[in-house]
Design a binder for this molecule. Sequence first.
Ligand SMILES: CC(C)(COP(=O)(O)OP(=O)(O)OC[C@H]1O[C@@H](n2cnc3c(N)ncnc32)[C@H](O)[C@@H]1OP(=O)(O)O)[C@@H](O)C(=O)NCCC(=O)NCCS
Length: 222
Amino acid sequence: MSDTAAYVPGGAQGVAAPGAVRPGAGTVPGRAATGQGGPGTGTRTLLRPARPADVRAIAELVQPYSDRRVLIAKDLISYFEDVQEFTVAEDVATASAQAADGSASPGSAIVGCGALHVMWDDIAEVRTLAVHADHLGKGVGSALLRELVERARTLGLQRLFCLTFEVEFFASHGFRRISGTPVGTDVFSEMVRSHDDGVAEFLNLARVKPNTLGNTRMLLQL
Ligand SMILES: CC(C)(COP(=O)(O)OP(=O)(O)OC[C@H]1O[C@@H](n2cnc3c(N)ncnc32)[C@H](O)[C@@H]1OP(=O)(O)O)[C@@H](O)C(=O)NCCC(=O)NCCS
């Protein structure tokens, strides 16, 4: 096993057991999300902060979902600007070593991503949470979401918002459906100055209503 990130073996089928993400150990601030076959065989999935070099892979991962209007389509420049909000799940062949500079090795692939976007002093949004179609249902999305929730707690936030079609998934992580915008009029009038489409969706502004059709507004109390 490489000493560059924590590894927690998955279940018998190589999928993540509940709570398979544990606070980072190792020299890279990574998390182990899922594993296949254990150290020395197959692949393992690590969670780590996204780097600029991951942006194109994130954009490719998101594109099928943005094409279906499940997620907001974004230009590459937006991903670069927001890269520090992102955590990625990276599948790494257990036999392959990570490069000394920490960059993704040729045998690795970004299989999931998720971002935490702070919107006010007590609230942030979980956005662009996406798992590659070949890796759905293995616990990667849950691992990413738990990581984002943990980061929100570390930041001292009290509420996490999301706008999603994946109601059961978020409900299983404690999110509850809400209606309306959970901020007062003073905060609303400040937030409306944002140029960010996600904030506009949070505020339910008319100009982004077509983006939000069919989505459910959900909130997690931290
Ligand atoms: C939502 C999303 C991120 C979930 O990713 P995922 O990796 O499939 O999530 P998980 O595997 O952790 O959980 C999905 C389901 O599989 C189940 N599951 C988790 N691990 C499992 C395993 N090892 N074996 C079988 N099933 C498993 C979970 O119980 C969960 O069921 P639930 O929805 O009833 O709670 C993914 O569906 C996605 O990318 N959707 C499109 C983008 C989107 O809508 N994002 C949310 C808005 S930002």
